[in-house]
Design a protein around this ligand. Structure first.
Ligand SMILES: [Zn+2]
Length: 269
């Protein structure tokens, strides 16, 4: 999965004392694009020089710190985020860094003013948060919980294709609503998207997914009762029971969805 970058390590502990030093990575993100030196097999980020003094610290990969730049760097082109995602030769730790940085960059961009009193927010000096100097409100990075559900029926898995956007095989997926558990999200989303009732819902693994500021939680379950699929055609182009041996995996092994599909295809799940 995208976060499996060993032996490299993401260090996400906030360091209020961190200041950019020469050679650290700079993240500049604007409207779905990020500044990078990006080719089919090379990915690097703009690097801090002597000029950068006081930028928000994001995280480190191993000993390389990443900071949020406020101006578009002159020496790197802007690239749509999907260009970081579909190139198997790129260094995976930097692909993960790009999407993690995107999550934080969007959050910072959306938290410039206080939602309570409209004052300009300031960076906290002690933690990763934005604070309101007028009313004291504190804002922390937002992470949206969502589920990915592998629905089994004997030797088949319920596969879908979205009507818009991503064109490869997918599983049932959706965001958790207010007032429900993750397991209830699974049951509701599977029912809404396919009309299938489920049982024996079991947690599998999770995955940070900066694309939609979410934390994906993967589950496996079994269809119960009537297994006729009634797809929600506003969201899905296709939903069908696919035998193990016929499951076509995604082109990249980045997603939790693909790991669940591969596990079922190979008889592990
Ligand atoms: Zn305020």
């Amino acid at each position: 999965m995208i976060q499996d970058i060993a032996p490299h390590k993401l260090k996400n502990t906030f360091d209020p004392e961190a200041r950019p030093k020469s050679g650290d990575c700079l993240i500049y993100y604007h409207k779905g694009e990020m500044a990078a030196d990006l080719t089919e097999d090379r990915l690097d980020f703009p690097r801090a020089g002597a000029r950068e003094k006081d930028l928000p610290y994001l995280f480190s990969i191993d000993d390389t710190a990443f900071f949020l730049a406020s101006e578009e760097p002159k020496d790197c082109a802007m690239h749509p985020m999907k260009e970081f995602r579909n190139r198997p030769l790129l260094p995976k730790e930097y692909v993960f860094a790009a999407f993690t940085a995107m999550h934080l960059a969007e959050w910072y961009q959306h938290h410039r003013f206080c939602g309570c009193c409209a004052s300009v927010l300031q960076h906290s000096k002690t933690e990763r948060a934005m604070v309101c100097p007028s009313c004291g409100e504190v804002y922390y990075p937002r992470i949206n919980p969502a589920v990915i559900v592998g629905v089994k029926k004997g030797d088949c898995l319920l596969l879908t294709k979205y009507r818009r956007g991503f064109s490869q095989n997918a599983l049932i997926a959706g965001f958790t609503e207010i007032g429900e558990t993750l397991e209830e999200t699974c049951a509701r989303e599977v029912m809404e998207e396919t009309g299938i009732r489920i049982k024996n819902i079991r947690y599998y693994k999770s995955q940070p997914w900066g694309v939609a500021s979410d934390l994906l939680t993967g589950f496996l379950c079994e269809a119960e009762g009537d297994d006729e699929i009634r797809p929600d055609t506003s969201e899905l182009k296709e939903a069908r029971w696919v035998p193990r041996e016929e499951i076509e995996l995604q082109a990249m092994d980045y997603s939790l969805t693909n790991e669940i599909m591969a596990g079922f295809k190979n008889g592990i799940l």
